[in-house]
Ligand binder design. Sequence first.
Ligand code: GUN
Ligand code: FE
Length: 432
Amino acid sequence: RGRLLSFRHTPHGIDDTGSYYFEADGGLLIDKGVIQAAGDYATVKAGAPDDVAEIHHRPHLIMPGFIDTHLHFPQMQVIGSYAANLLEWLNTYTFPEECRFVESAHADRIAGHFYDELIRHGTTTAVAYCSVHKASADAYFAEALRRGMCMVGGKVMMDRNAPQGLLDTPQTSYDETRQVIADWHGKGRNHVAITPRFAITSTPAQMEAAGALASEFPDLHIQTHLSENHDEIRYTCELYPEAIDYTDIYARYGLLGRKTLFGHCIHLSDREADAMSEAEAVAVHCPTSNLFLGSGLFPLKKMRARENAVRVAVATDIGGGSSYSMLRTMDEAYKIQQLLGERLNPLESFHLMTRGNAEALSLSQRLGTLEPGKDADLVVLNAAATPAMALKMEVVKALTEELFLLQTMGDDRAIAETYVAGRPAKSTLRQS
Ligand code: GUN
Ligand code: FE
């Protein structure tokens, strides 16, 4: 029992009261990890079994769990590394750290912490890059299975421009990705993604291998990075002189499609944005990372408003990103739009974190709303979680103001509870 908030289908952003569902005294009936009924509390209660266990969350807001569409599982100890830009950050801090994931004991330990942090911050589904080592993908998916979470991830493919300990080959990357698919895809709620890191760290032969996987497994997600930093773009285009531009490289290898998630996409040309739009590929906005690494200001509103709209998702990009919190992430997204002279309203932010990201992943059949039949992955939000927030809440009158307060001041302290498949997961985290 609590206040329910969930979003309706609104492809290009939302700004009116018809775009969401709100119940001031609401109830959700959950059984076997699935929402059975949602509505006003009295009605749901009347239709529930007599012996149903009740959990009260009033006056908190119950929403679909947050979804993080791009982050790096082996970068938990990279966060906050002091580098001037993307390429320096990768070479100085990130690649050496990822080398440690050759040890499965290390990967297993970090996986435990990784899922703890997601749950602590109200994130119930995430899309992650593992390291190049198959053991890292095994650790990632085994822990997801243990916790009953719906997770997307992949073994990174990279065969050049990185330390020896992080390189596979076109053949081993193909074989090991196939093995990860065989071992994990469809097991529990796991989804395997084909994951060439980015064009700089793959030879043309490896890009072909990634394309072969994409055509053999057309239902799988593909994730990679695109157009994040000017030096990166220049170097990438030097490595692939035959391509018209950075986006065209991925298109040439059959990696530009509607299941492809491209991290960043900050500096796309009009031609590239048109190609993305035509392919229905997704541009993943990573605001804290883009600010932290000084990569640039992603034109989120412009991408969605242009004639050939680009599908957009939002993500933390840990460890280039600086917070696990989707609330902190959207606060930074808001500020980026402010600098670009655009408004991002709080309904649109919360839509993006939930239903919007579920649609971007083509997982909205199961995730992203509070409708009966959807998986019971939920977040319970307390907009008065800290003394300063409680003080501000005294003067908050409208739902949109409350959401904006959560986004502006909220972090893991505002997550009163996180439910995974109907079970309380935050209050039951192991104490460590
Ligand atoms: N481009 C290639 N690899 C990475 C990564 O790990 N993080 C970010 N932000 N960009 C990348
Ligand atoms: Fe990234």
